[in-house]
Unconditional design. Structure first.
Lengths: 210, 236
């Protein structure tokens, strides 16, 4: 399907110059919590993408009927219902992954990216652009999570997706896993590094300094 | 229709809540059987891991049926509760959750591994962020640990969560719970430290609170079985 340049911007913008994490600095909390291993980071990225897309579509379809005074509550109920369904489906079909993510599936509800997109985009746009916006923001959030998860698992545990990738010979030669990588602050520092590199590559994003 | 009208707002909220409630109830009802099966299989896998048998989920039921010979509840004094024997997932030994059903009795699973008779008992305790639990298989002397398995709800990955790794579980193999016929448990200590007069294993570096939780669980939760274990030990 051919996409107009506006819908393209809606879909791809959040992956790069309008990224929810590195530009808007939203959703940082879960970026810290689930990225110490790669697999939960990937599942979390998929789950957030699904919930963001469906939530956006539902709110967008309902936007002309939602009473303004309770719109935040309506958004919250829609997101909470979707997250509960995702959590139930994970429990039934991907029990192991659900165990790994434990409480963080439920915490998708509190992810500010979701509420942010519903409030900022879905309430003012049709279902199709809203769907793309949800997918775009979910993926924009997701790729940062995956990058951070990749670095943290590789340097913190010496493995990727649970498989050992750093050969035993390195450990015998005195190499050690960096325990600091497993701690939450390291995720924040890694996100900061991504922001740094990203700004360095995109001069137009740099703020004026005095 | 005026969207700012209070009547409309109340009606909207009510209908929304009812629709969402029906939707969620329906989802839950459709998936509950599958979820229960998953939970039971997961529990069987844990029990099997404590017997040093690690099988994927699709083989767990068959292997469980093969190795577990009997299951029942016991009283705190170590005597069997009459009429509680049964191997099915709905029978008392399997269905009893020792974290919630205190007072109903303590589950014991009799198993055969390595050609020897084993007793598998559940344990439950507290970690840093939430509950931790596990299973321990004990040889017929009521003291020697054959294997263990630990699970947790949400310990820190890479730190406290390491209690679930084979590396930590295997430390317990061959350690004894009893000394001179008395229950002393197994201590979990900081790596490098030691304790006198009882067996000990190294805790998790950086997972101090979780390690202490395991230590307390071994003392208190396994301690509930001490009469049962001491009876086995004295050969009664």
């Amino acid at each position: 399907m051919a996409l107009s340049s506006k819908t393209k911007a809606v879909l791809w913008g959040p992956l790069n110059k309008n990224n929810p994490i590195i530009i808007q600095v939203l959703g940082i909390c879960s970026a810290l919590a689930v990225t110490s291993k790669l697999e939960p980071a990937i599942v979390m990225a998929i789950a957030v993408t699904i919930v963001a897309a469906l939530g956006n579509v539902l709110i967008s379809a309902l936007r002309k009927t939602i009473p303004t005074r309770i719109r935040i509550i309506v958004q919250l109920v829609v997101v909470a219902a979707l997250v509960t369904i995702v959590s139930e489906v994970l429990k039934a079909f991907m029990y192991d992954v659900n165990k790994q993510l434990s409480v963080f599936v439920g915490l998708i509800i509190t992810n500010c990216i979701l509420m942010g997109r519903l409030e900022a985009f879905a309430l003012g746009n049709g279902p199709w652009p809203s769907f793309l916006d949800g997918i775009g923001n979910g993926l924009g959030y997701g790729w940062i999570l995956v990058v951070v998860g990749f670095v943290r698992e590789l340097l913190g545990s010496g493995s990727l997706l649970g498989y050992k990738v750093i050969p035993q010979a390195f450990y015998n030669a005195g190499y050690e896993n960096n325990g600091l990588m497993m701690l939450a602050p390291m995720a924040l520092l890694l996100v900061a590094c991504i922001i740094w590199v990203h700004r360095a590559l995109n001069k137009d994003l740099q703020e004026e300094t005095n | 229709m005026n969207r700012e009208n209070s009547g409309y707002t109340i009606l909207y909220a009510s209908i929304m809540v009812i629709i969402v409630a029906i939707g969620l109830a329906f989802t839950h009802q459709t998936l509950i059987d599958r979820q229960t099966t998953n939970v039971n299989i997961d529990k069987m896998q844990q029990i099997l891991r404590s017997l040093r048998v690690d099988v994927p989920a699709n083989q767990a039921e068959a292997k469980y049926a093969e190795l577990i010979k009997n299951a029942y509840l016991i009283n705190a004094d170590g005597t069997k509760v009459e009429g509680t024997e049964g191997l099915k997932a709905t029978d008392p030994a399997f269905a009893t959750d020792i974290a919630k059903d205190a007072g109903k009795g303590l589950p014991v699973f009799e198993a055969e591994a390595d050609g020897k008779k084993m007793y598998v008992i559940p344990m439950t305790g507290k970690g840093l962020w939430g509950p931790i639990w596990g299973y321990m298989s004990i040889e017929s002397d009521g003291s020697t640990v054959y294997g263990t398995d630990f699970s947790h709800a949400g310990e820190t990955p890479g730190l406290g969560a390491e209690i679930a790794t084979p590396h930590f579980r295997k430390e317990f193999e061959g350690k004894t719970l009893l000394k001179d016929g008395q229950f002393v448990s197994i201590a979990v200590v900081k790596p490098g430290q030691s304790v006198a007069n009882r067996d000990y294993v190294d805790g998790i570096s950086g997972g101090t609170i979780t390690s202490k939780g395991v230590n307390a669980m071994l003392l208190e939760s396994v301690g509930k079985y001490k009469d049962f274990l001491m009876k086995l030990n004295s050969g009664q």
